[in-house]
Structure formats: C-alpha cells, structure tokens
Design a protein around this ligand. Structure first.
Ligand code: BGC
Length: 301
C-alpha cells in the first residue's frame, strides 16, 4: 500500500430497526460512497436478516464499482468487512437478543454473514463498534481515563474505554435502574413508545447516567445513536455528574466502527495466517534438511 492510498472496509450496522451500511475509508473515518439503509426484516430471524444484509453489501459493491468505472478509475479494493450487531458477540456467536428475534441467541453470526457476503466477515457488538469510531474520529479522540460511549437507539448499548482501549461486550443498557431494565426507559425508542417529552425522557436517562456514574466514575460519557443529532433538546436537562457530551459521528459511528474493527481483525488474522504458513514452511525445510542428512549419513555408512 502506498502512502495516501485509501484503506477501504465495508461497515454494516445491524439494528433492531434498520440495517445500515457503507464503504468506509478507515484512515479518515469517512464514508467512501453512498450509505444504504433498509428496514430490519420483521420478524428478525437470522436467515432473513443475514440475506437482507447480503443484498445491501452486494448493492454497495456494485454501486462503488460502477461509480469507479464511470469516473475512469480502477474499481475500489475492499480490504475487510465488519458487522456491528445488537448483542454481546463472543468468537462470532451472538449471545443475547434483546431487540431482535430470539433465534439469534447462540447463533454463529460470523459464519452466516461470511457465507452471505462470500468473504470472511467479522462480527462485533454494535455499541463497541460505534465506540471505537467515536474514540478515534469523534468526541473521544485523545481522551484518556475511563470513557463510556452509550448508544441510544432501539436499545441502549455501551462501549467502555480505558485509556483508549475497549473493554468489549459490556451491557450497561441492561443495568437495573429503578427496578427496571434501564433501556426500557432510557433508549430513544422508549421516549417514542411512551410518548414522552424530551424533558421527561431526559429525567429517565439521567437516572441511568447517575447509576453509571456511581459504578464507574467515568471521566467522560459520550451519548450517541440517532438522538445525538438532537442533543440540544435533552442535554440541558441532564444533571448527572461529570462531562456528558453528544457523539460527533452521530448515527454513522456504528457503520464506521464496524468497518474499522473488521479491518483490524482481518489484519490480525492475515498476520496469524502468515505466521502459521512461515512455521509450516520452516518445519518442511527442517524435515527436508533432516532427510537429506539421513541420506548422506546412510550413503556414507
Ligand atoms: C443490546 C446491546 C446493544 C444495544 C444497542 C441492547 O439491547 O443488549 O448488545 O449494544 O441494545 O443496540
């Protein structure tokens, strides 16, 4: 890769409501081309969601290729694909299904998306992905200490960073606050579902933020998700301790972060594969040398 060359990855953000995706320039955090959004199928069973995401990715690649051809440029090389999903994800397996069909519990999402996209794909928690993007390119840039990124959408997701390093798969949306699962009151959906004013919702969100503050004493809380573009409607009502700011990448953080994490994991995997190939080559060379030695020895004898 040459200096200044773009490093492209596809980022897919699967949510309880929509599936969003774009080709991401991982060096700048910007989208290289159009952003596609389709509604998450209902019911959101794995097979249909994976197939729908597959169509979105195919559309993205086709659009990018034809734009390049029209501009007389070489077709873009996509280095990796990452998917953000609303569940803790361990080794590619989705563990819970708070806002998607229960069939996702214990489902090998990574294998299924890889088959659908016809290339190796990496799946991570959606809020972790959004947090990674926000820490690199947004409100968390250069911030040390304990930084918590919360995504307020269909549910509430969390990404906790310690001196910039992610603690993966935290689920602060499901803390018990006021005797209830916190996201039932503090998600963006909760406001709409309960027909609340911004102020009334902000008070509920504030309870959640205070509980987080008691447990983690974060140096910064960043509020992301679709509502972050309307931060002026609710931030002034928040009284919880510590600096609380709106995410800068807004709702695109999930897409950008999925692309970033996808590329990171892909690079790690390629390195591991190279190490294994080198070890194998070394073992073969050693075996050949030993065999040659044995032949010489028996010839000499
Ligand atoms: C899920 C999280 C997810 C969040 C935001 C929660 O209900 O449990 O894993 O990050 O929603 O989508």
């Amino acid at each position: 890769m040459h200096e200044g060359e773009r490093l492209l990855a596809i980022g897919v953000d699967v949510g309880g409501t929509g599936i969003k995706a774009a080709i991401v320039d991982v060096k700048t955090g910007e989208m290289a081309g159009e952003r596609i959004r389709v509604l998450t199928p209902v019911p959101s069973k794995p097979a249909v969601v994976v197939a729908s995401a597959g169509r979105v990715v195919a559309r993205l690649v086709r659009a990018a290729n034809s734009a390049a051809v029209a501009a007389g440029l070489p077709t873009p090389v996509i280095q990796a694909i990452g998917v953000g999903f609303p569940s803790p994800v361990i080794n590619g397996v989705t563990k819970t299904a708070a806002n998607v069909d229960p069939e996702w519990v214990g489902f090998d999402a990574q294998a299924a998306f890889s088959r659908s996209f016809k290339r190796r794909t990496w799946v991570v928690n959606d809020a972790d992905a959004a947090g990674v993007a926000e820490m690199r390119f947004g409100a968390g840039h250069g911030k040390r200490g304990v930084v918590i990124v919360l995504t307020l959408g269909t549910g509430v997701g969390s990404g906790i960073f310690i001196d910039g390093r992610l603690v993966p798969n935290t689920e602060l949306g499901h803390m018990e606050v006021g005797g209830k699962d916190a996201e039932r009151r503090s998600s963006a959906n909760a406001r709409v579902r309960r027909g609340q004013s911004w102020k009334a919702w902000a008070e509920d969100l504030d309870d959640h933020l205070r509980a987080i503050d008691v447990l983690f004493s974060p140096s910064l809380i960043i509020l992301g998700g679709g509502v972050s573009k309307k931060a002026d409607r609710f931030l002034p009502f928040l009284k919880a301790q510590g600096p609380i700011v709106a995410a800068q990448l807004r709702n695109d953080a999930g897409i950008v972060g999925a692309g970033m994490v996808g590329l990171e994991r892909e690079i790690e995997m390629v390195r591991e594969e190279q190490d294994v190939a080198e070890q194998k080559a070394a073992a073969v060379a050693a075996a050949l040398a030993a065999a040659a030695l044995a032949t010489t020895a028996s010839g000499a004898g």
